[in-house]
Unconditional design. Structure first.
Length: 161
């Protein structure tokens, strides 16, 4: 039974990832495919962390707020990098580039601060062991997602040849 559940989750996950790759005109990780992945991620988090209903409500309220904050910071961060890219193509001088690089550094520090603050805030909601499970899950989930996306892209590349 567990094997069947794992297979069905893997199929769902692969379909969700493939829908993201098909919608290439959208920004990364946004749209219906990304929403399905986020829903799947939340279900898996519930399973891995073994959260009861009340705790899961409190956890996901903070998690959703945290993710929205990270998205906004990441959006600003990406805009700064886009600005650097434009400077590279226009052969801008160092005086123009330096403040943008400083802003990127500040943005990266803000991302790290936000993540650290979130983990600290979780201590009021879940146990230290569950925080550890969350941190490990987050790393492994993102790593597996990248691997699946890379494999799908590789398959497409091979089919086109």
């Amino acid at each position: 039974m567990k094997f069947l559940n794992t297979i069905s989750c893997a199929v769902f996950f692969a379909l969700a990832v493939s829908s993201i790759l098909i919608a290439q005109d959208q920004p990364p990780m946004r749209g219906p495919g990304a929403e399905r992945i986020e829903q799947f991620k939340k279900v898996r988090l519930l399973e891995v962390m073994n959260l009861d209903e009340e705790t899961s409500i409190r956890f996901f309220a903070r998690y959703n707020k945290h993710m929205e904050t990270l998205r906004m910071i990441q959006k600003d961060h990406n805009e700064l990098i886009d600005q650097l890219q434009r400077f590279n193509t226009s052969n801008a001088n160092s005086a123009e580039i330096e403040p943008v690089i400083k802003n990127i550094e500040m943005s990266e520090e803000k991302i790290a601060e936000t993540r650290s603050k979130f983990l600290e805030e979780l201590k009021d909601v879940i146990s230290i062991k569950q925080i550890a499970q969350y941190v490990v899950f987050e790393r492994n989930f993102n790593k597996n997602l990248r691997e699946i996306m890379r494999d799908i892209a590789k398959e497409r590349w091979n089919r086109q040849r």
